[in-house]
Write a protein that binds this ligand. Structure first.
Ligand code: NAD
Ligand code: WQD
Length: 338
């Protein structure tokens, strides 16, 4: 199967490309390098023995996309490309709506022009806003609380309408919980530019000495120890979820929605402790005020993906922290420049 992978040089996309190649699929990568480097390609080749085809360009550029579809006989699209930082989206909403919403619409137009009917889309648990209870099922009401979340929800709604009008299409919305971890080889991992927004890369940068301490955003939530609880999922489990989506629903016309999470919640302090244990490095932290917009706790009910995609997360918190540490300690400054 030949799959166009937009954003394929990014964190989740690159791991998915490795898993695809291992499974005998052919990823064809499109990325504008806004948040990634071409040196990721060499790591994919090192791990798999295959250098995937890569086209540098923007999903908002219809001529560029038409050319990529014209040059390759593409069976399906996995659509990762987009902007993902919540606080940045508050300052630059236009960029978020342009890249995430408009970019997706241009991509769907190019797919239709090339008669490609299958798409797997990177959505997010952020579309549930503050869930009334946990675990969260796919039937929970959706409500976004920041421009990033709204852009994801808008794309979901657009894709629902588009699929309804084009019933031959197979569109799968995958709502990721909190992706963490790295390839166990230590060759690939998350490489955020600037100060990390997310917990795990921040912890690992403290452990490797790039940052002094972690600020724990609030310890007075109604949770196990007062700190925020999330459903952290290993990036390779997440990657495998995309393969399962393509294999089980990709050929079935319709609109399919799945939570990709483990079904378990861990607090910030539990993650700090797990990371310290795996790395052997004490992670310094200080309690700080709550981060505006944060919710107390959230974890998935991943039962639907298990039943229908025959997929479930198998990697443990220890795998997530050990693999992150191997990546971070081998590559303290992330990927080299090209
Ligand atoms: P990432 O930033 O590492 O990867 C995204 C890739 O898309 C980058 O390589 C970037 O250069 C590229 N890109 C961005 N805009 C583009 C454009 N207009 N044209 C072409 N390429 C473009 O992010 P990630 O963590 O791998 O996330 C992948 C997807 O999953 C995103 O859509 C994100 O919103 C979604 N998601 C991520 C998380 C998370 O916590 N990492 C959680 C839920 C959903
Ligand atoms: C996890 C926990 C923080 C950093 C975000 C997006 C969401 C999705 C995933 C894309 C929370 C705490 C964090 C720090 C901390 N992305 N924390 N100190 O907020 O669940 O989700 O990323 O779709 O849309 O909102 O993830 O990793 O930022 O935070 O104490 O320096 O760690 O308060 O409890 P979050 P996160």
């Amino acid at each position: 199967m030949r799959v166009l992978v937009t954003g394929g040089l990014g964190y989740i996309g690159s791991h998915t490309c490795v898993q695809m190649i291992e499974a005998g699929m052919t990823p064809i990568i499109v990325d504008n390098l806004y948040n990634s480097k071409t040196t990721v390609l060499a790591r994919i080749e090192k791990l798999t023995g295959v250098l995937p085809l890569f086209y540098q360009g923007d999903i908002c550029d219809r001529d560029f996309l038409d050319n990529v579809f014209h040059l390759n006989d593409i069976d399906a699209v996995i659509h990762f490309a987009g902007l993902k930082a919540v606080n940045e989206s508050v300052d630059a909403p236009l960029e978020y709506y342009k890249n995430n919403v408009h970019g997706t619409l241009v991509l769907v137009e190019a797919m239709q022009a090339a008669s490609v009917n299958t798409m797997v889309f990177s959505s997010s648990a952020t579309v549930y806003g503050e869930p009334a209870t946990t675990p969260v099922t796919e039937e929970f009401p959706t409500k976004a609380i920041n421009p990033y979340g709204r852009s994801k929800l808008m794309v979901e709604e657009c894709l629902v309408d588009i699929q309804k009008a084009h019933p031959e299409m197979s569109i799968t919305l995958l709502r990721y919980f909190n992706p963490v971890g790295a390839h166990p080889s230590g060759e690939m991992g998350e490489d955020p530019q600037g100060i990390p927004n997310n917990l795990m890369p921040f912890i690992s940068q403290v452990a490797v000495g790039r940052r002094e301490y972690l600020s724990v955003f609030g310890n007075d939530y109604p949770t196990v120890d007062g700190t925020g609880v999330r459903d952290y999922i290993h990036v390779l489990d997440l990657a495998d979820g995309h393969l399962a989506a393509l294999n089980h629903k990709g050929k079935e016309a319709g609109l399919h929605i799945y939570n990709l999470g483990t079904g378990n919640g861990f607090s910030v302090l539990q993650m700090v402790e797990a990371f310290s244990k795996s790395s052997g490095v004490e992670v310094a932290y200080q309690i700080a005020p709550r981060r505006p917009g944060d919710i107390a706790e959230c974890w998935a009910d991943p039962g639907k993906a298990k039943r229908e995609l025959h997929w479930e997360a198998t990697r443990t918190i220890d795998d997530m922290t050990t693999d992150t540490w191997r990546w971070q300690s081998n590559n303290p400054n992330g990927y080299p420049d090209a």
